[in-house]
Design a protein around this ligand. Structure first.
Ligand code: TXA
Ligand code: MG
Length: 322
């Protein structure tokens, strides 16, 4: 059985004790719920992959209570320092070289000599990380290939009985995962668009290369095309819903969809990001229940948080593993 812990002092203390004991605990961050384990405990980290049913070991993010704690384990360059000072705590993950004495289990970083680190902007998560006193490895708390959970109930729908507990800190305000930025090469490279906008990052450090490794190799497995698959196929750039389709709307909805979820009737990208995974999850389940066969998605502008939203929607639409 998976225990639901309240986000009060006792719940946080209990959650921290579980993590220190090598157990699996899902916890809320400002982006999505993470499935956490003590990042220095290889066996505990292996449990994450088992619980998620991940087909292979993807590098996981190490979560820290502050930049000093993170930069004790990875080597920060001046760009990392500048980004951390301005955007941490916040939805930005920095990929940096591990320090020689880094105690984080190699499995956390999938054996790479780099490690993704971040400081989440969520009071409960920060209190938890301080109480644990060790970095916490945490991918999104979904089964492999499925949409990231943004509430404790979503986590239970994915992982009930497969993890020890979930620390319920309510709905995640940002709603899409962190931006992942690789700072180990000659040029900063965006590995995954996310909650920190490219505009905000570039305002601090100048131009950022996009699209991962040259030659199309997958540097960040989160960039696998089919990572965010709902049960039903997805049609993008929809102007309206055709027969048999449920509609994921953005902005003023067209008049005649039998089943719709509006990410933001007012066309607000922040609201849309926060509602994206909840909406997809709800719409997918409800559409299946009603015998609909496809999800149509209206256009979302490719700017600010819209970049991260469209990235997730394109993956949701990718037919790869059907
Ligand atoms: O918002 C988030 O980032 C959430 C919350 C829980 O913090 N976590 C999350 O983790 O989305 P996950 O495992 O679902 O996605 C982490 C992404 C993956 O695309 C992974 O490949 C990339 O970060 N990543 C992590 N460490 C990396 C590394 N050393 N090199 C390249 N990519 C890395
Ligand atoms: Mg994920």
């Amino acid at each position: 059985m998976t225990v639901v812990l309240p986000a009060d002092a006792a719940g946080i203390a209990r959650a921290a004790a579980l993590l220190r004991d090598g157990r699996l605990l899902a916890f809320g961050t400002e982006t999505v719920y993470g499935l956490g384990a003590d990042a220095t405990n290889g066996e505990a980290v292996a449990g994450i992959f088992a619980a998620k049913g991940r087909p292979r070991f993807n590098p996981l993010i190490g979560h820290y209570p502050d930049a000093d704690a993170a930069f004790a384990h990875v080597a920060a360059n001046p760009l990392a320092q500048r980004l951390a000072a301005a955007l941490w705590p916040g939805p930005l993950t920095l990929v940096l070289p591990r320090r020689a004495d880094c105690p984080v289990a190699l499995l956390t970083g999938a054996g790479l000599d780099t490690l993704g680190v971040r400081v989440p902007a969520q009071a409960t998560a920060l209190a938890l990380l301080r109480a644990v006193g060790r970095p916490v490895a945490a991918p999104s708390a979904n089964r492999s290939g499925r949409v990231s959970p943004t509430t404790a109930a979503d986590v239970l729908a994915e992982l009930d009985g497969r993890i020890d507990a979930v620390l319920d800190s309510g709905a995640c305000p940002v709603g899409v995962e962190s931006t992942v930025l690789d700072l180990t090469g000659p040029h900063p490279t965006l590995l995954r668009p996310g909650g920190a906008t490219l505009e905000a990052v570039e305002a601090l450090i100048g131009p950022v290369a996009q699209g991962g490794a040259p030659g199309g190799a997958v540097r960040s497995p989160g960039m696998l095309a089919s990572h965010y698959a709902p049960a039903l196929p997805v049609r993008l750039h929809a102007g309206d819903a055709q027969p048999g389709e449920a509609l994921l709307a953005f902005g003023p909805p067209p008049p005649c969809a039998p089943l719709a979820f509006n990410l933001s009737a007012g066309g607000d990208l922040t609201e849309a990001a926060a509602r994206l995974f909840t909406g997809l999850r709800w719409l997918d389940a409800e559409a299946v229940r009603r015998g609909l066969t496809r999800i149509a998605v209206m256009e979302v502008p490719e700017t600010g948080l819209g970049r991260a939203i469209n990235d997730r929607l394109r993956r949701a639409a990718a037919p790869l593993h059907r």
